[in-house]
Design a binder for this molecule. Structure first.
Ligand code: HEC
Length: 256
């Protein structure tokens, strides 16, 4: 190769300044020869850009539009029900506190995931979740089937101080949830908003939502009392516990 390079280099000769040879194009373009239908987009970069963008988008459009239009594409599972008002409030606390930055709620259909967390998540389980809490970031374990895994008192102690339940845990403490009272004033608008997004709350349910909320909260506070924990049913932690205990319970699957 070296020999070849040297021989080739020796054959050439040095040209100091080469004369420009290409003639300038005439300012006015006069098409010569036969005109085809595609002459319309020739020499018009913007037009060509828009046209090609449209052509490229066609594939996407053909995939997307039917998916949005056909209702059966959203797999509903009849046993999946909307959250109760207390759970809905708890969910918003979950979102507010950024629990999703460490916890996913999506068990993937792999054997090791199913063995660790339980039945893998179905799309139809999240149809009433706005916004969904799937995610892939797991500093902590997946919570898609946390409901019923522990008693309420476990969650109570864990939220107050995670290391009390899981020694060495890096999960932060959430002591303010035990002091702050749940804002019942927002229940109505939250139900309303969810209905706008397609969650089938009965017409006029807003009016009695807070009664249901209080009843469920009192029940949880009562249950905690049995475990020697005294807390007002009005605290935010009660709503969060209600939410956590609901997760993944809509579809009943035998845990082997
Ligand atoms: C900095 C990351 C981080 C944040 C933020 C976080 N967690 Fe955790 N979480 C963890 C880790 C790590 C574990 C595993 C150790 C443990 O149980 O404490 C865990 C465990 C849990 C468990 C027990 C799961 C199981 O199957 O044993 C629950 C329930 C839980 N977290 C709920 C929450 C909730 C609710 C929030 C928001 C209020 C939250 N976490 C915020 C990291 C986090």
């Amino acid at each position: 190769m070296v020999y070849n390079l040297i021989k080739t280099a020796k054959q050439g000769k040095f040209i100091e300044s080469e004369e420009a040879e290409a003639a300038a194009l005439p300012k006015q373009y006069t098409p010569t020869g036969k005109r085809f239908w595609h002459s319309v987009i020739e020499r018009k970069p913007m037009m060509l850009l828009v046209a090609s963008l449209f052509v490229v988008a066609l594939g996407g459009i053909f995939e997307l539009i039917p998916t949005f239009l056909v209702k059966s594409n959203i797999p509903t599972i009849s046993s999946v029900k909307p959250y109760t008002p207390l759970e809905l409030q708890g969910r918003d606390i979950y979102v507010r506190e950024g629990c999703y930055t460490c916890h996913s709620q999506m068990i993937r259909p792999f054997r090791y995931e199913v063995m660790r967390y339980g039945e893998y998540s179905k799309a139809g389980e999240s149809v009433y979740d706005h916004p969904h809490q799937w995610g892939s970031k797991r500093t902590g374990p997946d919570l898609a089937r946390i409901g019923g895994k522990y008693p309420d008192s476990w969650h109570f102690n864990h939220m107050l101080d995670p290391t009390s339940m899981a020694p060495g845990s890096v999960m932060p403490r959430y002591p303010w949830l035990f002091e702050r009272e749940l804002d019942l004033g927002t229940t109505k608008s939250k139900i309303h908003a969810m209905r706008k997004l397609g969650v089938p709350y009965a017409e006029g349910y807003e009016a009695k939502a807070n009664d249901d909320l209080t009843a469920q909260a009192e029940k949880i506070a009562q249950g905690l009392k049995a475990d020697k924990i005294t807390i007002s049913h009005k605290k935010e932690i009660i709503a969060l516990i209600a939410y956590l205990q609901r997760l993944g319970k809509d579809i009943k699957v035998e845990n082997k």
